[in-house]
Design a protein around this ligand. Structure first.
Ligand code: ADP
Ligand code: MG
Length: 336
């Protein structure tokens, strides 16, 4: 059993609280993504789980046992960072084997685990190379392989794909999902990239200023964001949010339709047209007292020009309402 539980965990640094009273129950075999902007406390949370930092308050349980005061070695977890350091003078094989040899795992077992990890990661043809002879993506795989051969109770991954270019990032992301499915090992995956969180996570824990803002499946976070912060942070292009009748009104760019002037809920003028290839993102200046810019996604082949007058229809079943003061979601009938 390698469920992980955080109960009322806080971490204070001289500069303030990096993690504030966070409680999360991570199921055995789950892939939990911790998502938040830079400085929101994601890495600190991971380091607390790993035992690299000790919480100021709260308890941490792994596999049903309280490990709050245990050193990292006693927790049997493997961590992968963004800035992985491989031994430059060792071959890939020796990079993978090194940690196991240090632990005096016998040679036949080391060889078997290295071969198995290399096969899983598709780096079996690279075992005799040195890190300098590898691409960035291949190096990151070796870093993952070093975690894999340890057969830990859980993997902790801190922005492991951030150094890769977008294409490689997307493919490595898919491979990670596959790897998680094959291994069935608990993973806690930290990222600031909402797309990565949406595609990878069994559930997403959204953090801001050390606080857990929402903990839910990707679809729930997308469909029913707990507050304005989550609403704006998750989903691309970002949700439109504006003030209306004493509350904040939100709608995703995909849920606004472009109509002839007068035929929608509000008219406006097209200010910017961004052709993304698969779709077109249009920014419309609404004829309203605050003249908000509304982001609208239309089909890629639709003819639409800057300065064109349009009507906008907001799909009523896709509107989000938030408390103007607290930013918290206001439940509406569509939520139930
Ligand atoms: P994230 O990983 O989400 O970018 P971090 O967990 O690294 O965020 O940092 C959260 C906050 O805690 C930041 O304000 C950061 O400056 C602070 N912090 C992190 N580590 C330390 C430390 N060792 N000493 C002091 N402050 C720290
Ligand atoms: Mg970080």
């Amino acid at each position: 059993m390698s469920a992980i539980a955080l109960r009322g965990v806080s971490k204070a640094f001289p500069g303030g609280l990096a993690v504030r009273d966070v409680s999360i129950e991570i199921a055995d075999g789950e892939l939990l993504v911790v998502l938040g902007p830079s400085g929101s406390g994601k890495s600190t949370l991971l380091r607390l789980i790993a035992g690299l930092d000790e919480p100021t308050a709260g308890r941490i349980h792994i596999g049903g046992r309280d490990v709050t005061s245990d050193p990292p070695q006693a927790r049997d977890l493997a961590m992968v960072f963004q800035n992985y350091a491989l031994y430059p003078h060792k071959t890939v094989r020796d990079n993978l084997a090194f940690g196991l040899r240090m632990r005096r795992v016998d040679a036949a077992e080391v060889a078997a685990r290295v071969d198995n990890a290399a096969r899983l990661l598709g780096i079996d043809a690279l075992l005799e190379r040195k890190p300098a002879q590898l691409s960035g993506g291949q190096r990151q795989r070796v870093a993952l392989g070093r975690a894999l051969v340890r057969q830990p109770r859980a993997f902790l991954l801190d922005e492991p794909l951030s150094n890769l270019d977008p294409v490689l990032r997307a493919s490595t992301r898919a491979e990670l999902a596959l790897l998680h499915r094959r291994l069935g090992t608990t993973m806690v995956y930290v990222t600031h990239d909402q797309e990565e969180a949406m595609t990878l996570g069994t559930r997403i824990a959204v953090m801001r200023d050390g606080r857990l803002e929402q903990l839910d499946t990707p679809l729930e976070v997308f469909r029913r964001p707990a507050n304005v912060f989550v609403a704006r942070f998750v989903g691309s292009p970002a949700m439109n949010v504006w003030r209306s009748d004493g509350r904040d009104l939100g709608i995703r760019p995909h849920d606004v339709e472009v109509m002839p002037p007068g035929a929608g809920d509000v008219d406006g003028q097209v200010e910017v047209v961004e052709r993304l290839g698969t779709a077109t993102l249009v920014h419309v200046r609404a004829d309203r007292p605050d003249s908000e810019l509304v982001r609208v996604v239309v089909a890629a082949d639709r003819a639409i020009a800057v300065q064109e007058r349009v009507g906008l229809r907001l799909r009523p079943d896709r509107l989000h309402y938030f408390d103007e003061r607290t930013g918290e979601r206001i439940s509406v009938e569509a939520d139930l």
